[in-house]
Design a protein around this ligand. Structure first.
Ligand SMILES: Cc1ncc(COP(=O)(O)O)c(C=O)c1O
Length: 303
């Protein structure tokens, strides 16, 4: 059996399993873990820059909200989770890292009943965050609307960042097979929600517009921060019900996520965009970078 070479994939990574620091090769959880068996888990992804964790409190808030949305009891306190994250980062001795925090509903008998679980498995993965390819940011990336629809809010609520991403895996698979960088998903009513691991925005007549949370999507931390910047700087913005045709009509399109930041989109389905003309996008990107730079000095999140 051929296995992915973890040595090359996770060179310099550190894994924390329930408080124990180890290497990726030696990191283990039980095969009876419900995250492994059912995707019965929640997670967060953020990053550190200049040895400071970016928006840590906001990510922990969302972790707690995800737990509440799927009724997953947290047996680790917020302070304990924070301590473990900073401990892992310190051990990594890396300046700029990708940070993944996973909490599962724990080990159980092989039965769906979640009430039996009396523990969590807490896994924190820290690895170097290499810059993404420059051409994503200079030339933009392509997206297409796929046939897979985003989970309904009455199913696994997309606002819970759960470990059950199979829907999104199928969406990106379809997009890649069609030759696109990634996928956009609509909901059952035909409204645009988000991408597989990112929120989506258009600019129309100098107004920043992103799908309303009611359409069923993850409340991205980057999305929230950009809306706050728009509010503070008196930039025009809307959270709206958007349809795919709004994208064909847009002046600018971009995606946002914690680790990717803000990435311009050069194509949605067959409609192409000239990313060099994205003036509003560039302006907001500059303001977002200023925000990231300004929080690096916060001692609470340094390691
Ligand atoms: C489905 C989905 N939407 C949006 C986002 C962007 O969220 P954030 O800005 O908090 O990284 C993510 C991030 O991983 C995601 O998985």
């Amino acid at each position: 059996m051929q296995r992915t070479d973890l040595n090359s994939l996770f060179d310099k990574a550190i894994v924390n399993v329930n408080g124990n620091l180890t290497t990726p090769q030696n990191a283990q959880i039980s095969v009876f873990d419900r995250g492994f068996l059912y995707g019965d888990s929640i997670y967060e992804v953020t990053f550190s820059d200049s040895r400071s964790v970016v928006f840590l409190e906001e990510h922990l808030d969302r972790l707690e909200n995800s737990a509440a949305l799927i009724g997953l009891p947290l047996f680790y306190s917020r302070a304990e989770i924070k301590t473990e994250i900073l401990k892992t980062l310190k051990q990594s001795n890396l300046d700029r890292t990708y940070i993944r925090i996973i909490v599962t509903r724990g080990d159980g008998n092989i039965t769906l009943d979640p009430l039996e679980c009396k523990n969590n498995n807490l896994v924190i993965i820290v690895r170097p965050l290499e810059p993404y390819p420059q051409n994503w940011y200079q030339e933009g990336v392509s997206l297409c609307f796929v046939s897979i629809i985003r989970n309904d809010r009455k199913s696994v609520d997309p606002n819970a960042k759960s470990g059950n991403y199979l829907n999104n895996v199928l969406a990106i698979k379809e997009a890649k097979e069609r030759g696109y960088f990634d996928a956009l998903m609509i909901n059952k009513d035909g409204l645009v929600t988000e991408g597989t691991t990112f929120n989506i925005w258009i600019v129309k007549n100098n107004t920043f517009i992103t799908p309303h949370l009611n359409s069923g999507l993850l409340k991205g931390i980057t999305r929230t921060k950009l809306l706050e910047i728009c509010r503070e700087k008196n930039l025009k913005f809307e959270e709206s019900e958007l349809t795919p045709s709004d994208f064909l009509d847009a002046d600018e399109v971009f995606l946002t996520s914690s680790t990717k930041g803000m990435v311009p989109v050069n194509k949605v389905d067959s409609k192409e965009f000239d990313v060099n003309s994205f003036k509003n996008f560039q302006m907001l990107k500059g303001l977002y970078q200023e925000l990231i730079d300004s929080i690096k000095s916060n001692e609470d999140y340094r390691y």
